[in-house]
Design a protein around this ligand. Structure first.
Ligand code: PGA
Length: 256
């Protein structure tokens, strides 16, 4: 049994008004019975951060943003800085999500800068990596993951790495209803752990939380989460309803 705690992280993407976010959190807190044995994180729109921070202040449920700039301030119209995120009390930030890589020109280099900046500002990055269908079909999964890992995490120390969560999210599985098979996910997670051992420090592969993301839902969570190498899920669609999110947390809890 792995020593790492299972983590269920919601990625709301561009969903939920501040009011809807508060309603979700109130519902979640009323239904989450054992809040300690599984890590629970909500990555929400910027406009909801302040609203939910009040509700989560004394709760063991983490929350975070979905992107940020690496600079503290400046002429970057439309961006948000780590200092601004700090002011909301949030603890996490997802970086390098494939939707940002695909639609907003996020590169391995900018992910790397953001990871450093997040760590300098006491934010825990959830760094997303994963291959497209074309890359998988061309047998390039390991090449792509290596490149994304080097760009995002390559020059981190072992200490810095202890604050980072990695999310393996194959692009072809995100929002498509087609999840990776447990075998495909485990293979990628093992590759990521080996890469961390070889490129950060020996042992980091086993100490790092590596989540799977891509169409995870209550119906397929158990077969994925029973694998020791899969520490939890980064969940889009199924994180938007309290019931399915709570069900995912209890599936993770029963496996822990
Ligand atoms: P999905 O999204 O669960 O809706 O596939 C996952 C993600 O993008 O993080």
């Amino acid at each position: 049994m792995a020593q790492r705690k299972k983590v269920i992280a919601g990625n709301w993407k561009m969903h939920k008004s501040p009011e809807e976010s508060k309603e979700f959190v109130e519902g979640l807190l009323s239904k989450l019975l054992d809040k300690e044995s599984v890590g629970v994180i909500l990555c929400v729109p910027f406009t909801s951060l302040f609203h939910i921070s009040e509700l989560l202040k004394d709760e063991p449920v983490g929350f975070g943003a979905q992107n940020m700039h690496w600079e503290e301030q400046g002429a970057y119209t439309g961006e948000i800085s780590p200092v601004m995120l700090n002011s909301t009390g949030c603890e996490y930030v997802t970086l390098g999500h494939s939707e940002r890589r695909q639609y907003y020109n996020e590169t391995d280099e900018t992910v790397g800068k953001k990871v450093h900046s997040a760590l300098e500002h006491n934010l825990k990055p959830i760094v997303c990596i994963g291959e497209s269908l074309e890359q998988r079909e061309a047998d390039k999964v390991e090449e792509v993951l290596s490149r994304q890992l080097s760009g995002g995490l390559g020059d981190l120390s072992e200490d810095q790495m202890s604050e980072v969560i990695v999310a393996y999210e194959p692009v072809w599985a995100i929002g498509t209803g087609v999840n990776a098979t447990p075998e495909q996910a485990v293979e990628a997670h093992k590759f990521i752990r080996t890469w961390l051992d070889e490129n950060i420090a020996s042992g980091v592969g086993q100490s790092t939380t590596v989540l799977y993301g891509g169409s995870m839902k209550p119906a397929n969570a158990e077969t994925l989460l029973t694998n020791d190498d899969i520490d939890g899920g980064l969940i889009g669609g199924a994180s938007l309803k309290v019931d399915s999110f709570v069900e995912l947390v209890s599936i993770a809890k029963n496996i822990s």
